[in-house]
Ligand binder design. Structure first.
Ligand SMILES: [Zn+2]
Ligand SMILES: [Zn+2]
Length: 248
């Protein structure tokens, strides 16, 4: 499976980071890639890849905050202009209403596209594009689901560090976890490095990729990695960059 970080930023822009998005390729058989989250800038980042937009018919939303979904309608529109009208969106409770409301605002998109929605919840397990997908509700200010693909890759979405994430990710190759702020910052419903390291102290994950980085995190890569390790996490730690790729 190939995993590409499309956006490693947050709700506040920095020049080199789009908002949130990850692309997974390599489901069994002739399957399409899966896009997880589609914040501002993700559509543009997709243009850097050889995967055509026409192939991206399956999108998972971790939650409905704008930095995770503001490019969703532009993506659906771009796909329609390329001749592909069907899209399937998976997300937490309320996704059906969100999509309906968005399409009601943009009648011209609604007229030309068909967006199918599946709502998921904590503990849901489904098969999509040849991949088994598990769901875990996280601790955030909006209902957020972390997703696990093929028992190999976990994407946290937004969350405080919490113990269930460690169990959920145990044995995976790659955990892409939000790490919004430095340790000295009082982060409510978001993650700081030392606390994340502590929660993951007994989690067996090969590589932890830190993403959802606020401007306060810029230029502190070494410090951040050191802090996660001091917390107790024993695997490899990487601070995400846009368009970073991982083969698992
Ligand atoms: Zn959020
Ligand atoms: Zn966010």
């Amino acid at each position: 499976m190939r995993v590409t970080v499309l956006g490693s930023g947050s709700a506040i822009p920095v020049p080199e980071r789009a908002q949130n998005g990850v692309l997974l390729e390599g489901g069994k058989g002739d399957k399409s890639p899966i896009l997880i989250d589609c914040g501002s800038g993700v559509l543009h980042k997709l243009a850097h890849l050889s995967v055509g937009l026409e192939k991206i018919r399956t999108i998972f939303l971790t939650h409905h905050h704008l930095d995770h979904m503001s490019d969703l309608l532009p993506l659906i529109t771009a796909r329609w202009l390329l001749g592909h009208t069907q899209t399937h969106v998976y997300g937490p409770e309320g996704t059906e209403k969100l999509i309906k409301n968005l399409l009601d605002l943009y009648e011209y998109v609604k007229q030309h596209t068909a967006v199918h929605v599946t709502e998921l919840r904590d503990g849901s397990v489904i098969e999509v594009e040849g991949m088994k997908v598990g769901c875990l509700q996280t601790v955030h200010s909006a209902q957020n689901l972390a997703y696990k693909f093929e028992n190999k890759v976990v994407i946290s979405g937004d969350t405080e560090p919490f113990e269930k994430m460690s169990e959920f990710s145990n044995g995976c190759k790659l955990l892409i976890h939000e790490c919004s702020f430095p340790d000295e910052f009082k982060a409510s419903k978001h993650t700081t490095p030392a606390k994340l390291g502590e929660v993951l102290r007994s989690c067996d994950v090969e590589t932890l990729v830190l993403t959802h980085l606020y401007p306060q995190m810029e230029g502190k890569e070494g410090e951040i990695i050191e802090s996660v390790r001091r917390g107790g996490f024993k695997g490899r730690v990487i601070v995400a960059k846009d368009l970073a790729r991982f083969e698992v």
